[in-house]
Design a protein around this ligand. Structure first.
Ligand SMILES: Cc1cc2nc3c(=O)[nH]c(=O)nc-3n(C[C@H](O)[C@H](O)[C@H](O)COP(=O)(O)OP(=O)(O)OC[C@H]3O[C@@H](n4cnc5c(N)ncnc54)[C@H](O)[C@@H]3O)c2cc1C
Length: 456
């Protein structure tokens, strides 16, 4: 109920931000009022391309504001849409902004061909320079995102460039509107822009000032780093006690994740990891981590008593937001972590529903938590299928790709499988493949929940 309400409120807020300025401009400066166009050159006035260009520009600015707000770690937002949902919409909106800005420029020139002169940076007025700067920043941002893997930039470098370019595009778009004058001359329009700008500034202040400064209080200490395989270990954290020996445990729903950092300073690296422990295990919180790069390797070397800062929980990839007759969990490699949290929690809750788990890994060594999952099968109605991508000759279980045959063998008949909820987590390629197979099996979309361990 609360989840539904949050969804509705967020949808209403985004719609208001997206459409508010365009609708208000249409009401105030309708095609024939001439108020909008009086500040523009005579040739531009009240022509259809001119009005469309203003509409596209306003829509692009509203969308840019939404794109900036979306990944700002508002917990209610990540809980409502899930991190995959937030990032999917963020990417879509980012691309839509770029298309709208392109159309805006074309329409400005179509309204009055003399406007080509506005593209001359040296001689153009400030309003046009700001618009050009915003367009270049936006173009660079999209190009760097698309080419990130090919350019092999470190994630942190890419992220800072991305944030700086987005901030530049937003500020320059605001200046463009301010220097155009005619859009902010009307009191109602000025009030709306002020409200929008204040809202965006508040969210950015929360993300880039409040979270780093006050997040430093959410301090945990390492209890243990427990090796699982040669490349994966489990980090066990407990909250740091304050002077009165009290401590705050991390309350979360099974399947949610948190950002970890090893340093409270403003510029410190932060990385997302799923909480792998049961939601009912009192003090300790566990994260199972594959040591793939510099940060995750550093985590492996942490000593008992080392300090870690946790921002969370986040995300909607959890069983606690939905009612279902049973779960189908499909995990690739270390993507088993949210499933472990769900299974451990379900065992604590003495859950009686039938559940199914498909574990996909490259080799036997990569099949994590095999012994514990066997124990969980004694406490839960849990069917487990292990699938190896590169099986040794002695392997008699499932192997190869996750195709229709594998999933049909795991799932009940069509009617019952459409009543189940599907949780998919792992590398993006696996998630995409499984989504295609589930689509072929006509599993209803709203029943499928995904989390990809990748942000770009
Ligand atoms: C919601 C979510 C939950 C995750 N849960 C787990 C988990 O339970 N266990 C686990 O082992 N891994 C998990 N990951 C993946 C984990 O965050 C990355 O493997 C880790 O950040 C890599 O950091 P690195 O510096 O060691 O490696 P690098 O080699 O620097 O990075 C490898 C890749 O990880 C991604 N990445 C790097 N830094 C970040 C960052 N700050 N934020 C987001 N992505 C980043 C980038 O795509 C990068 O290309 C999760 C990722 C997400 C998005």
């Amino acid at each position: 109920m609360r989840h539904q309400l949050e969804r509705t409120l967020w949808a209403a807020a985004f719609l208001a931000v997206l459409l508010g300025p365009v609708l208000l401009a249409a009401i105030l400066h309708g095609p024939r009022t001439g108020a909008l166009s009086s500040a523009q050159p005579a040739a531009d006035r009240s022509s259809l391309p001119s009005e469309l260009s203003v509409g596209m520009g306003l829509l692009a600015t509203s969308m840019l504001a939404c794109a900036v707000v979306l990944p700002s770690r508002l917990r209610s937002l990540t809980r409502t849409l899930g991190i995959d949902g937030v990032l999917g919409i963020h990417r879509f909106v980012g691309l839509a902004v770029t298309v709208l800005v392109g159309l805006h420029v074309v329409l400005v020139v179509a309204a009055n061909p003399a406007n080509v002169a506005l593209l001359d940076v040296l001689h153009a007025p400030n309003r046009a320079r700001a618009a050009l700067g915003a367009t270049v920043a936006l173009g660079a941002l999209i190009a760097l995102t698309v080419l990130r893997r090919r350019l092999r930039h470190r994630y942190e470098v890419w992220r800072w460039v991305h944030v700086t370019l987005a901030g530049t595009a937003l500020v320059l778009s605001g200046l463009h509107i301010w220097w155009l004058h005619h859009l902010v001359r009307d009191a109602a329009m000025r009030a709306l822009f002020t409200a929008l700008a204040s809202g965006v500034l508040l969210v950015l202040a929360y993300r880039w000032l409040w979270l780093p400064v006050f997040g430093a209080r959410r301090e945990y200490v390492v209890r243990e780093v427990r090796p699982e395989t040669s490349t994966v270990s489990t980090l066990v954290l407990e909250p740091r006690r304050d002077r009165s020996r009290r401590c705050r445990t991390l309350e979360f729903a099974p399947g949610q994740f948190a950002w970890l950092r090893l340093n409270p300073s403003l510029g410190a690296q932060e990385h997302p990891f799923t909480i792998a422990s049961s939601a009912h295990v009192g003090l300790w919180t566990e994260f199972t981590i594959r040591h793939s790069g510099d940060f995750t390797r550093e985590l492996r070397l942490l000593q008992r008593g080392s300090r870690v800062w946790v921002d969370g929980p986040h995300g909607a990839f959890t069983i606690d937001l939905r009612r279902t007759t049973g779960l189908v969990m499909i995990a690739g490699g270390v993507g088993i972590t949210p499933m472990m949290s769900m299974l451990r929690t379900l065992a604590h809750r003495r859950d009686r529903r039938p559940h199914r788990l498909l574990m996909v890994a490259r080799s036997i060594e990569d099949l994590l938590f095999r012994a514990e999952i066997r124990q969980l099968q004694q406490r839960l109605d849990l069917t487990v299928v292990e699938l190896l991508r590169q099986p040794p000759p002695s392997w008699t279980g499932a192997s190869g790709a996750v195709d229709e045959e594998v999933l049909t063998a795991l799932l009940p008949g069509r009617f019952r499988r459409n009543q189940l909820d599907y949780y998919l987590c792992g590398p993006p390629a696996l998630v995409t493949d499984v989504l295609t197979v589930l689509d072929g099996l006509d599993v209803p979309q709203p029943r499928i929940h995904t989390e990809q361990f990748d942000f770009v």
